[in-house]
Write a protein that binds this ligand. Structure first.
Ligand code: ATP
Length: 359
């Protein structure tokens, strides 16, 4: 299996921070009563990806939550998991987090094969931040974290809590009852809790759901700082701009996995390359201007009142289009490659699925 390009960066960052780095798979576990005696026979080596998922499916009786899903996530990668309501995102997280057993298929989580008997070892190396924080509102931030650190049987509880609160910029609210915090701040406490065991893989299930733009921005900044520290993050979200901004790669799930790749790759895979042309007024005969140009495969009027040109190579087509427009006496207002957003990709795929179901 290929070596993850993110492994070296993660080691370097941990060394620079002087932080206790989450262990490499197959070595020592992060805290927990049995951490020192973790057997290396659990499987995994530093060559492995943080997540390897092969033909995984989960059914609840007749209901299929997700089906035949395969993908890999490298160490230090931020991997976005997108899909409409009911697509199976949370169930995938719960399955990889050992909270529910898969119906079929296999997976390796933080280097450990997914199985009931490996559940405790996997849970020691991962964290799941669920959509709702689930904190004790009458307990202070610190008391909440102490409580969960106790449940996880972590060592050095004070040090871990301080590092986690510093990571989410919440040290100054450590003594406040969680019930007195805003929703955004509670989400930060939940993130601190998820960091307590210094997870090898951090699952964030819709971390900005229900937050206002300012609180959302704060959570994004935190995720960026975790990304810069080399933490592997599996992020489920409905917010496409969030995925586009934060994730190295994204997967689009709609019960089955529809696409996996970098956002720019997905745009290219799904959409033809195009140029957007805007001129003052309109062209008398656009067919004559665009009809026979190198690199231009076709044209149509765009909804913004300009022209959209399908091109095979924008580098060849753009100069030819500019020359043709000038020869035709047109005043060029703009000439640019048209950019499809991740949202365009997502909507195209989900629309295709709706269409396919209608057939
Ligand atoms: P959302 O974005 O709305 O949170 P999701 O993509 O996370 O949705 P899941 O919550 O994973 O989707 O649900 C996938 C499917 O599995 C849904 O049809 C859901 O009703 C079903 N499902 C999930 N958990 C259970 C359960 N415990 N028992 C029965 N069906 C379930």
């Amino acid at each position: 299996m290929r070596r993850s390009p993110f492994v070296r960066k993660r080691r370097l960052v941990a060394a620079l921070l002087g932080a206790p780095m989450a262990p490499e798979p197959g070595t020592q576990a992060v805290g927990g009563a049995d951490s020192a005696s973790r057997p290396s026979t659990l499987g995994g080596s530093e060559d492995q990806s943080a997540l390897v998922v092969e033909h995984l499916s989960k059914r609840f009786g007749e209901r299929v939550a997700f089906d035949d899903v395969s993908f890999e996530v490298g160490y230090g990668e931020v991997f976005g998991f997108l899909g409409p309501n009911g697509a199976g995102k949370t169930t995938t997280v719960r399955t990889l987090g050992t909270l529910v057993a898969p119906t079929s298929g296999s997976a390796t989580v933080a280097g450990i094969p997914l199985s009931a008997e490996n559940g405790p070892a996997i849970r020691a190396r991962i964290s799941i931040m669920p959509e709702s924080p689930g904190l004790y509102r009458r307990l202070t931030v610190t008391e909440n974290l102490e409580c969960f650190a106790g449940l996880y049987e972590l060592d050095d509880v004070g040090g871990r809590i301080e590092r986690a609160l510093r990571a989410v910029n919440l040290l100054d609210r450590a003594g406040d009852p969680c019930g007195s915090l805003s929703k955004g701040l509670r989400q930060r406490v939940a993130l601190a809790r998820a960091l307590l065991n210094d997870p090898t893989v951090l699952f964030l299930d819709e971390p900005t759901s229900g937050l206002d733009p300012v609180a959302t921005h704060d959570v994004h900044e935190l995720i960026v700082s975790l990304r810069e520290r080399g933490v592997t993050i599996f992020l489920t979200t409905h917010r496409l701009e969030e995925a586009e901004r934060l994730c190295h790669r994204v997967a689009i799930l709609n019960t089955t996995l529809r696409l996996v790749g970098r956002p720019d790759e997905l745009r290219e895979r799904l959409f033809n390359q195009a140029l957007e042309v805007r001129v003052r007024g309109s062209l008398a005969d656009p067919g004559v201007v665009f009809g026979d140009l190198p690199g231009v495969d076709g044209w149509q009027e765009s909804s913004s009142g300009g022209y959209e040109l399908a091109v095979s190579d924008p580098g060849i087509a753009a100069p030819a289009v500019a020359r043709a427009l000038v020869s035709a006496g047109a005043d060029i207002l703009s000439l640019a490659e048209s950019r499809h957003s991740l949202e365009d990709v997502y909507l195209q795929l989900i629309d295709e699925d709706v269409e396919a179901k209608r057939r």
